[in-house]
Design a protein around this ligand. Structure first.
Ligand code: PMP
Length: 357
């Protein structure tokens, strides 16, 4: 039979220019420590598992399209109306919906760089133009430069606190100064995927920022502190009139039933989950202190990960780490992002890092 004809379809021009999203390596060796995706090392709480197992009886039904019960619980938690909350298939999907709601082709989106690798992908896919503003030598957002980068074409600014992959979190005062400088018709997304791990004394209070500035969108996730990465559930908190457009762009039934149930069960078990967060924070601080002792210049680490600026050696060190059963996230030519794992994994990382000095 004749060879099948190749498809003669044409992508939009931007599609071939979009950088690939590189997921953290998956462990071929089950004994390997996966420190490559900023996941929570703790397995689900028994109460969360039980809720999911019970919910599995409803797999033949569509979920509640608007995740009503979860939205109400989140609204109560954040002290806002339910109409202020939009849930989605992970906060990365919600961010995509924000961009779809606000950006036309050619509109500009200002964001720090290096930051979360999905930003340029989502921005370009939307046909918008990313305006990356370099983080400073300490891995911090340069908010003055970001404010200066806002033009008449800017529709959205993305602030990432703590910044993935470098680690520092924003202070409240600097964000309020920034918000006062940005025109009120520019949406400012505060991506707080790792907010539960922040311990700096003067942290961004995103609720206060939202109360003072109606153009703020707060982005949160259940993937990190709440340990539900597999279920894909995140959400935005915004003024109802802003949330409305994000909801319009949302994927129908984007939050599946198991995810809704697990997220609700996690909110019910929040104290227990935040104890785990405290343990991860203690490990993070222990690892960072050990790396500083070894002479590494590790930026302030406010998430569940640390950044090792390994420069040209990055790819080779990631291979060396993998050979020792440590899966890390290399950013070629720049550095290694290391997720905080169980203490045994963290010990091995500290040992490996000592050998790399
Ligand atoms: N924002 C930041 C800064 C992240 O690092 C991540 C996950 N790597 C996300 C958003 C997306 O998380 P999720 O889609 O799992 O909610």
């Amino acid at each position: 039979s004749a060879a099948p004809q190749p498809a003669s379809v044409r992508f939009r021009a931007v599609v071939d220019r979009i950088p690939a999203y590189v997921p953290g390596a998956r462990a071929a060796d089950p004994a390997a420590h996966k420190l490559s995706s900023n996941e929570n090392p703790y397995p689900p709480l028994p109460s969360v598992r039980a809720a999911v197992e019970q919910a599995a009886a409803q797999l033949h039904r569509y979920p509640d399209m608007f995740a009503t019960e979860l939205g109400e619980a989140l609204a109560a938690r954040h002290g806002v109306e339910a109409s202020s909350v939009v849930a989605g298939t992970g906060s990365v999907a919600v961010l995509g919906h924000v961009l779809q709601a606000f950006c036309d082709t050619g509109d500009e989106v200002v964001h720090a760089w290096r930051s979360f690798e999905a930003y340029p992908i989502l921005v370009q896919l939307q046909g918008a133009v990313g305006v990356p503003v370099p983080v400073d030598a300490a891995g911090r957002h340069d908010l003055a430069a970001m404010a200066a980068a806002v033009t008449e074409r800017t529709r959205v600014v993305l602030l990432c606190s703590p910044n993935n992959p470098t680690g520092p979190a924003l202070a409240h005062a600097e964000v309020m100064t920034f918000l006062a400088q940005v025109p009120p018709d520019v949406v400012v997304v505060l991506d707080e995927a790792y907010v539960e791990f922040v311990r700096r004394p003067d942290p961004l209070d995103s609720a206060a920022a939202l109360a003072a500035h109606p153009n703020v969108v707060v982005l949160r996730t259940f993937s990190k502190a709440y340990g539900l990465a597999a279920l894909r559930v995140g959400y935005a908190v915004a003024r109802p009139e802003v949330a409305r457009g994000i909801r319009t762009a949302a994927t129908p039934f984007g939050v599946n039933h198991l995810a809704q149930v697990a997220a609700l069960a996690s909110l019910a078990a929040e104290a227990e989950l935040l104890d785990r967060v405290a343990a991860i924070v203690a490990e993070r601080d222990r690892v960072r202190a050990a790396l500083l002792d070894q002479g590494w210049d590790v930026p302030d680490a406010q998430g569940n990960f640390v950044w090792l600026a390994t420069g040209d050696r990055t790819a080779a060190l990631a291979v060396d780490a993998a050979a020792q059963g440590l899966l890390l996230r290399p950013f070629a030519g720049e550095g290694l992002r290391v997720t905080i794992g169980e203490p045994a994994a963290n010990d091995r990382l500290v040992e490996a890092a000592a050998a790399w000095r």
